[in-house]
Design a binder for this molecule. Structure first.
Ligand SMILES: [Zn+2]
Length: 310
């Protein structure tokens, strides 16, 4: 190789490497922002983010404003993928990092925004859903705003799903719509309940459908030890219980959920005390930074994620 070309290559690779190093990402994904966003999304004024009491739509307004402020573009009119659920109009929120080109490969990063609302009994009747799933939403927002600062060779979709708690209705709607529109979807990474550290330690998650694809292995190649195998995930069939599942069904591609809820580390699942003060925000922020790091690494290196054939 010519000496000048070598120097040029070195310069390019160092700039390229630096823009998405873990240190650089950690300096940009700030814990104060993570805390602020998750506190807003799980505040009492959003009334448990259900569409019957309109709390969901308040939360959606916040997310849409956040997307606009962070240069994330709408995939559909006003970011809304509209559908009807029990005759009530609802919508997923879908943004795109940079421009969306149909011929290009697409990845989707998602989390459900809805929760179970209010119960109407007791002193505290609001199911704030800080862990379930404001923690997943803040991950999508923070990772999206980080990625939106750069140009990528992929379409990157950010989806906040509606009506997950009523049976994955929002994600089924979006998966079917994107299939009809011939979106060239390659893989989906979904975030669900990552607000509390796992019993086995900090900065760790498990992946539902662990051995269905090379995703766990590829993530661990970038962030060693980040993804663990969690036997209860298989036992309780968690792979089929979050918004990753419709994309697997409709597209037959790797579509999996990252979670740190291990059934022993948090007593407030679908409980009125699922509030920010009961979470570990430092650990949540570390998981977000690690996730932004592996995702940008996959995009830079054009890592292929495939279903296992056996
Ligand atoms: Zn959930």
């Amino acid at each position: 190789m010519n000496i000048y070309i070598s120097i040029l290559a070195l310069l390019i690779s160092s700039c390229y490497g630096e823009k998405n190093s873990l240190a650089e990402i950690k300096s940009q994904i700030k814990i104060n922002n993570t805390k602020k966003i998750i506190s807003i999304l799980s505040s009492d004024s959003l009334m448990g983010r259900d569409n019957k009491n309109m709390g969901y739509f308040k939360a959606a307004d916040y997310v849409i404003k956040y997307f606009k402020k962070n240069n994330i573009n709408p995939l559909y009119d006003e970011f809304k993928d509209i559908f009807y659920s029990d005759s009530i109009e609802s919508f997923n929120i879908v943004g795109t990092v940079g421009e969306f080109l149909y011929e290009r490969k697409t990845i989707l990063i998602g989390a459900h925004l809805d929760h179970i609302g209010t119960s109407g009994v007791g002193a505290d009747s609001i199911y704030n859903g800080a862990n379930d799933n404001a923690s997943g939403c803040v991950s999508v927002l923070q990772i999206g705003s980080f990625l939106s600062q750069y140009k990528w060779d992929y379409n990157i979709l950010l989806a906040l799903f509606a009506e997950e708690e009523k049976g994955l209705r929002g994600s089924y709607n979006l998966a079917k719509r994107m299939k009809k529109e011939n979106v060239n979807l390659k893989y989906v990474i979904n975030f669900e309940m990552i607000g509390k550290e796992m019993k086995i330690g900090e900065n760790k998650v498990y992946l539902t459908g662990y051995d269905m694809s090379n995703l766990a292995q590829e993530i661990n190649n970038v962030v060693p030890g980040f993804v663990t195998f969690f036997s209860k995930s298989k036992e309780f069939n968690l792979f089929q219980r979050s918004d990753n599942y419709p994309f697997y069904k409709v597209f037959n591609i790797p579509s999996q959920t990252l979670s740190s809820f291990d059934f022993e580390n948090y007593n407030y699942y679908h409980h009125v005390d699922d509030e920010v003060d009961n979470l570990n925000i430092k650990n949540l922020n570390d998981i977000i930074a690690s996730s932004a790091f592996f995702i940008s690494n996959f995009l830079n290196k054009k890592t292929e994620i495939n279903l296992n054939t056996n």
